[in-house]
Design a protein around this ligand. Structure first.
Ligand code: CTP
Length: 400
């Protein structure tokens, strides 16, 4: 029983999928978890609290003011008791309340009060799901450490097919199980430096040389490393992403600034993960004033930036060094060469010629190369999942 004695709070809100959460309670109990259920008033219109009460063998909480015992405040007691809160199904309404800190009933007050990890299982009509307000709220929650299980595409209660279905129970169960595995902190006490985003080199006051990096891969690594207990410093070049909570974030613009910021931190680090897309060249003479168009051609002289990672590979003490290789052709060959030339412990190869993965997309597909080891291929998945698998490889190497 993989969830033996885990305290799981299940929050059921008012959607047609509410009855499916009965099955979730059974699965959780089968795995040994203690389950307590809270329901919104709307949820009780779909499924009687007694069904949840019978399966969980615990009283179902619905009303802020129903518990008259003065010795404890029910929603706070429940909020503090749970190690994990699963909100399933989550309606657009509860998602909006959570994203905006609204606490006007038992469920929303509990969710505002709890410090437990939260897993959200949205299930609703496709148009409600895709509404920009719902999408904005989901994005906000995700950035604030709420784990969201994507609704499935399929036949909806409305009689047509679309995105918004409650996922299969085995999907929800595996996310719940993984969330407890994550609560091990294998990187506790380790200092991890991650770089992300692209650097930008000035040409004149209004123009620059840049690249397509969004920072998504590096930010995902920083967030996952922090969850695994590391002290994470993130040095980001240009990226629109917000500073991750719990991560010390330093923003830089040019390759030289990135190099300087890394050099200040490097000695104290155990692991360095260089996901930034560093400009190999900078403009030799940056113009003070906007360059006027004059001749039919314009020549910019570029000079080489330092290869930051190569330098770190030369001076490293015990640091574990991870590099990225963005390739459009001869990937494996070039990556193997970079692994050796830069004296790395691990190199992540991604093929940036495929727009479904790599720069700016939410997914990636990579090959992990390590000295004297066989390569590991991770097929297309979210950057978050790649980050997890990459860190798992680093952790297993460090344990040897
Ligand atoms: N890198 C770096 N400093 C640079 C260029 C790259 O530290 N001036 C790092 C990148 O962050 C990445 C790795 O080196 O982790 C490989 O980057 P990539 O652009 O794929 O390779 P380059 O070494 O620049 O070689 P090339 O552009 O010729 O493929």
């Amino acid at each position: 029983m993989t969830l033996e004695n885990k305290k799981i709070g299940l929050v059921v809100t008012g959607g047609i999928a509410a009855y499916k959460s009965l099955g979730l309670v059974r699965e959780l109990i089968k795995q040994g978890a203690s389950v307590r259920v809270a329901m919104t008033k709307a949820a009780t219109e779909f499924v009687a609290p007694l069904s949840f009460e019978t399966l969980s063998k615990n009283r179902v909480l619905t009303d802020l003011f129903s518990v008259k015992e003065s010795k404890y405040v029910a929603h706070i007691e429940f909020a503090d008791w749970a190690e994990l809160m699963v909100i399933a199904p989550a309606t657009a309404n509860i998602i909006a309340k959570m994203a905006n800190g609204i606490a006007d009933d038992f469920v929303s007050t509990t969710l505002l009060a709890t410090e437990a990890q939260k897993i959200l299982v949205p299930a609703m009509n496709e148009h409600m799901l895709m509404n920009p307000a719902t999408q904005r709220n989901l994005k906000f929650l995700e950035q604030n450490n709420v784990q969201i299980i994507e609704p499935e595409i399929g036949f909806l209660a409305e009689g047509y097919s679309g995105k918004g279905r409650f996922p299969e129970l085995n999907v929800i169960m595996s996310v719940i199980q993984a969330s407890f595995e994550d609560s091990d902190k294998p990187l506790e006490g380790k200092n991890v430096l991650v770089t992300a985003g692209g650097t930008r080199e000035r040409i004149d006051p209004v123009r620059f040389i840049a690249n397509d990096s969004s920072g998504k891969m590096g930010f995902a690594i920083a967030i996952e490393a922090q969850k695994l207990g590391a002290n994470v410093t993130l040095i980001s070049g240009i990226s629109q992403l917000p500073d991750p909570i719990g991560v010390t974030t330093i923003r830089v613009t040019t390759a030289l600034e990135l190099s300087e910021a890394i050099n200040k931190q490097f000695d104290d680090q155990n692991i360095l993960i260089m996901a930034a897309a560093v400009s190999d060249y900078r403009v030799q003479n940056v113009a003070d004033q906007k360059i006027k168009k004059a001749e039919s051609t314009l020549t910019l002289i570029l000079e080489k930036n330092p290869d930051i990672l190569k330098h770190l590979g030369q001076i490293k003490q015990n640091q574990y060094l991870v590099g990225f290789a963005a390739e459009t052709q001869n990937g494996l060959e070039n990556a193997q060469e970079k692994l050796e030339k830069k004296n790395l412990d691990l190199l992540v190869l991604n093929d940036v010629s495929n727009s479904a993965i790599g720069f700016n997309s939410n997914d990636n597909e990579v090959t992990l190369l390590r000295p004297n080891r066989k390569n590991d291929f991770i097929k297309q998945t979210s950057k978050k999942q790649i980050a997890k698998e990459l860190l798992a490889t680093v952790i297993s190497d460090l344990a040897k």
